[in-house]
Write a protein that binds this ligand. Structure first.
Ligand code: ATP
Length: 286
């Protein structure tokens, strides 16, 4: 096998609770990750040596700053292989948008390299390797519906919530995650929502009661620096969405609809011309 194509799916957070500040300066979180069908498409080709990363957009680095590059470096160091790879990333997921776009590229490249070099792997060992790159990279290895704790790296696989039609709206505004967390600390936010109820619902394979209005603790600080989040939510509020929330550290807002045609109608009539807008589906563990 000399070349390989893989998908790298994005994720949304169905709820996110900040559970405290740790001694190392990072925040403990509790969240439910859910993969969606929006995905980057990655081509990998064997080389005799060296790592080469190319992207479909000039906005992304091609060197060690690219998380996919870091995954390849770890792969070659870990397996002590004489060889290299050329990676081409067709970027379909908005960058720095709360959709884990970089993390999913890293996880997909790591897994694809094992396949390209025909090496066996164990997913839990790969997750440990991927945790060096970032806290939500281990999740992206297999995706699905997952309860995450710690910095997002302690994972518990949950039953798939089922195929749901989701509208994704990302304004043209990049949010640096560290800034959101420090604003969160300053704002002393207390959101009272029943995270455990959502977790129990999903664990018991029950229909999610969206009326319980699950929250993302990072939404208030993100709104402070990005007015678009509120504007987008105000538009979605007037549609027949079952539920809507900001994903991760933002600024993407997702909305859950009863059927695809409703979501498509909202997308077709979307009034803000510069937003990235897609109708996607939730997907199971891959
Ligand atoms: P998360 O939900 O994990 O916080 P995000 O969607 O907010 O992630 P990313 O799209 O992963 O953010 O990008 C975060 C940063 O990572 C950006 O500053 C970007 O330049 C950098 N980055 C490095 N490699 C990649 C990549 N392959 N794709 C996207 N971003 C990358």
């Amino acid at each position: 096998m000399k070349e390989l194509y893989v998908n790298a799916p994005a994720k949304i957070n169905l709820a996110l609770k900040v559970a405290g500040l740790r001694d190392d300066g990072y925040h403990e979180i509790k969240t439910i990750f859910q993969s969606i069908s929006l995905a980057d498409r990655i081509k990998l080709k064997k080389r005799s040596g060296g790592i080469v990363v190319k992207n479909s957009t000039v906005e992304l680095p091609t060197d060690e700053e690219n998380l996919a590059y870091q995954a390849a470096e770890i792969f070659f160091a870990e397996n002590d292989i004489a060889g290299g790879v050329e990676v081409y990333i067709q970027k379909n997921i908005p960058i720095a948008a709360g959709l884990a776009g970089g993390s999913t590229d890293a996880a997909a490249v790591m897994r694809a390299l094992y396949d390209l070099y025909e090496l066996e792997y164990d997913c839990s060992e790969l997750r440990t390797l991927l945790a060096q790159i970032g806290s939500d990279v281990p999740y992206c290895l297999e995706g699905g519906t997952v309860y995450a704790q710690g910095r997002g790296e302690k994972l518990e696989f949950l039953p798939f919530i089922g195929e749901k039609d989701i509208l994704i709206v990302t304004p043209q505004f990049c949010i640096p995650t560290p800034e959101i967390y420090s604003l969160y600390d300053q704002m002393k936010i207390k959101n009272n929502f029943d995270f455990d109820k959502l977790l129990q619902n999903i664990k018991a394979d029950e229909k999610i009661n969206w009326d319980l209005d699950y929250k993302n603790d990072l939404e208030a600080p993100a709104k402070k620096i990005c007015q678009d989040i509120k504007d987008i939510k105000d538009i979605i509020k007037k549609t027949a969405a079952e539920f809507y929330l900001m994903s991760g550290s933002g600024p993407t807002v997702f909305a859950v609809y009863k059927d695809r045609s409703r979501a498509e109608k909202v997308a077709a009539r979307w009034p803000r011309k510069n937003d990235f807008i897609r109708v996607v589906k939730t997907i199971d563990r891959y």
